[in-house]
Design a protein around this ligand. Structure first.
Ligand code: SF4
Length: 255
């Protein structure tokens, strides 16, 4: 089991099932890994007197972030290319801003939306990223590179609402106050426009999570040429989905 795919509550449930432990131990491990950036569970201060347990937990949980294959820095913007376990590559981009920095992360290896202006879309979809691979991009930048990550945008490779369950679980982990503690109001899910995904996102009851729509054209004829998804979900159905999204009037973004 990968620790990056678990909230602290999920971890407590796993510890309870496997070791009869609960929230105290889960919170201690979570702090060690996510707040201190230390994957050595045996060094967790709260577990100094429980060496056998610490060793078992170290073996039971994967705590590895994706490898950084290479980085390119230009005009203060850093592109980070990750090498996944199956050798697929995804990118994240760190954008410094005056008082905070934003990390743009990937949700899929490739993408099946086929937008004609996008290099990722031209290659098709290879696979969805797991929740731990999504969280791992943030972990690697914050703890591996030691760079601040204040805001997160799901605007890298892939269509996040096409990998709904893993993206939502990643948001839960990233916002967990026992760990990385990035508020949902500092996260933006950017979509090419999948009405069903927008509806499901709205049903989560997370009014502070930001939603952005990649519009690119204001009429169906042009938009369908640029973004094939518009042939299946034209602007009228997108508009209807947005009108049902709880916080759209206050926080939505079209671009
Ligand atoms: S949805 Fe995003 S990643 Fe996918 S093809 Fe369109 S622009 Fe590219």
């Amino acid at each position: 089991m990968h620790l990056f795919s678990l909230t602290c509550t999920d971890l407590a449930a796993a510890l309870n099932e496997g070791w009869g432990k609960g929230m105290f131990h889960a919170a201690a491990v979570y702090r060690q890994v996510f707040k201190r950036g230390n994957s050595d569970i045996a060094a967790t201060p709260e577990l100094f007197s429980a060496a056998v347990l610490a060793k078992e937990l170290q073996h039971a949980f994967d705590i590895s972030a994706p490898d950084i294959a290479h980085m390119v820095e230009q005009d203060g913007v850093t592109k980070i290319v990750f090498n996944l376990a199956d050798s697929l590559r995804v990118e994240a981009v760190l954008i410094p801003m005056p008082r905070r920095s934003t990390l743009c992360i990937s949700s899929q290896a490739g993408c099946r939306m086929g937008c004609i202006f996008c290099r990722t879309g031209a290659g098709g979809l290879h696979r969805n990223l797991s929740a731990d691979e999504i969280v791992g991009q943030v972990y690697a930048v914050r703890h591996g590179l030691g760079r601040a990550v204040d805001n997160i945008v799901f605007m890298g490779m892939g269509e996040p609402l096409d990998n709904f369950d893993n993206v939502v679980q990643a948001i839960r982990v990233l916002s967990d106050q026992h760990g990385l503690d990035i508020a949902r109001s500092r996260m933006t899910v950017s979509t090419a426009g999948l009405p069903e995904g927008i509806k499901r996102l709205g049903e989560l009851g997370w009014p502070r999570l930001n939603l952005a729509i990649s519009l690119n054209a204001s009429n169906d004829m042009l938009r369908s040429k640029l973004m094939p998804i518009n042939r299946i979900h034209p602007l009228a159905s997108l508009k209807q989905a947005l009108q049902g999204y709880p916080s759209w009037q206050k926080r939505g973004l079209l671009y």
